[in-house]
Design a protein around this ligand. Structure first.
Ligand SMILES: Cc1cc2nc3c(=O)[nH]c(=O)nc-3n(C[C@H](O)[C@H](O)[C@H](O)COP(=O)(O)OP(=O)(O)OC[C@H]3O[C@@H](n4cnc5c(N)ncnc54)[C@H](O)[C@@H]3O)c2cc1C
Length: 379
């Protein structure tokens, strides 16, 4: 058993961290205020090979592992969890197309996806179905040319911003087996968007409903086979949950690093606040929790890379544990900053706001408990 990162993995982490420090962190607060991320950022990120992290090299991807991806997202989140997580959703779409698309489908979408000439969003949730995702109602009727979509997707990260939407739609019976996956390109007739959602965190990314009104999609925009879309969506989420966890971890680590520094500078009762043992113990607890979360996350990623039979359970356990611990640590770091933690200039309150949603999306942490316990009982 070897817990060390390889030299290449250390380089991947350092490269992503360095890029974030130069090209993301200095602008993160402005992008929050603007409610959007400049599209010029994406080709720069793609040049580093981060547009299609686990897409095969034959289609312009980097062909890296899920474990490598967790390093990228942990490192980028240290500059801004919202920007890093947005890239993670684009990569989740790339992974699904690479794994389940036909040769023609891959040729059609992946080169632009990897170069980030096209930014992709993932559309599963609907106004009436979130946790119970297989109850989705957006209909895709077969036509001579392809499919005609009618329905609404809710909470879509990148809604009205992205260039293409990977959509789970109903082509058949009720339940998971009647669901297929199609790509809808921006500008398609019948595709429109709701107003931008006003949110607590992840403010740099636009979130909106995505609406289909007799939206006509060519037949070759189908990914893989009809009726298998739900399993593709869930498969994508295994890796997505690792990335969302890694982003939470990176945000929390940044908050803790800033807190250690702050506590050496801030004085109360005639001494630096890092001299109070009660507060020292809090640092020790946070450090231990984050290191444990990191080890567990990487084990889950390793299981997914190896196709272990219990990889889905481990991805769910990692998501539950890492996102809960990360939020707790970030929130505790805000407390250790006193009133200053509540001020935007200190950067901690943004991390707390950003990390809260990691406990909710890509399956709530209650749904993670459901996945874990179901598998335990089935075994
Ligand atoms: C900022 C943001 C961005 C998002 N981005 C995307 C995106 O890009 N694409 C996308 O498809 N979706 C996206 N989502 C949607 C997200 O995945 C859902 O909000 C999430 O899955 C929960 O669904 P829901 O909001 O409908 O809650 P509900 O399913 O209505 O759940 C409400 C509460 O009940 C609990 N609950 C439900 N069922 C059970 C059960 N069986 N047992 C125990 N507890 C249960 C839930 O855990 C939750 O606490 C995003 C959400 C947010 C907030």
């Amino acid at each position: 058993m070897d817990f060390a990162l390889t030299e290449e993995q250390t380089l991947i982490f350092d490269m992503a961290k360095g890029f974030g420090e130069e090209h993301i962190a200095p602008f993160a607060q402005d992008w929050e205020a603007a409610g959007t991320i400049p599209k010029t950022l994406w080709p720069q990120i793609a040049e580093l090979g981060l547009g299609g992290i686990y897409v095969s090299e034959a289609y312009g991807g980097s062909g890296l592992s899920r474990l490598d991806a967790t390093l990228v997202f942990e490192a980028l989140a240290m500059s801004c969890p919202s920007v890093g997580s947005f890239l993670s959703i684009h990569n989740m779409c790339g992974g699904m197309i690479d794994k389940f698309g036909s040769e023609e489908t891959k040729q059609k979408w992946l080169p632009d996806l990897c170069a980030m000439n096209k930014v992709f969003s993932y559309c599963l949730t609907e106004p009436g179905s979130g946790s119970d995702a297989s109850a989705l109602k957006t209909r895709a009727e077969r036509s001579n040319e392809g499919y005609v979509l009618n329905g609404t997707k809710a909470f879509i990260s990148g809604g009205s911003y992205s260039d293409a939407y990977v959509c789970m739609v109903r082509t058949g019976e009720d339940g998971p087996k009647g669901i297929s996956t199609v790509v809808v390109e921006d500008g398609t007739d019948g595709l429109s968007f709701g107003a931008l959602e006003k949110k607590m965190g992840w403010l740099a990314q636009p979130t909106s409903q995505v609406q289909f009104d007799d939206c006509k999609v060519p037949a070759d925009n189908l990914i893989g086979e009809e009726g298998k879309g739900f399993s593709y969506a869930m498969n994508g989420l295994d890796g997505g949950r690792l990335n969302i966890s890694a982003s939470a971890l990176g945000g929390a680590q940044k908050a803790l690093d800033m807190t250690v520094q702050y506590m050496s500078e801030r004085k109360a009762f005639g001494k630096s606040i890092n001299q109070f043992q009660a507060l020292q113990f809090r640092l020790a607890e946070y450090e231990t929790k984050l290191q444990a979360a990191r080890t567990f996350l990487r084990q889950a990623a390793w299981k997914l890379d190896n196709g272990d039979h219990d990889a889905t359970k481990f991805c769910a356990m990692a998501k539950l544990m890492v996102t809960d611990v990360s939020f707790e640590v970030a929130n505790g770091c805000l407390q250790l900053h006193g009133g200053y933690g509540y001020l935007a200039d200190y950067g901690i309150e943004k991390i707390v706001r950003d990390l809260r949603v990691h406990q909710i999306l890509e399956g709530t942490n209650e749904i993670m408990r459901l996945i874990i316990s179901r598998q335990m009982i089935a075994a």
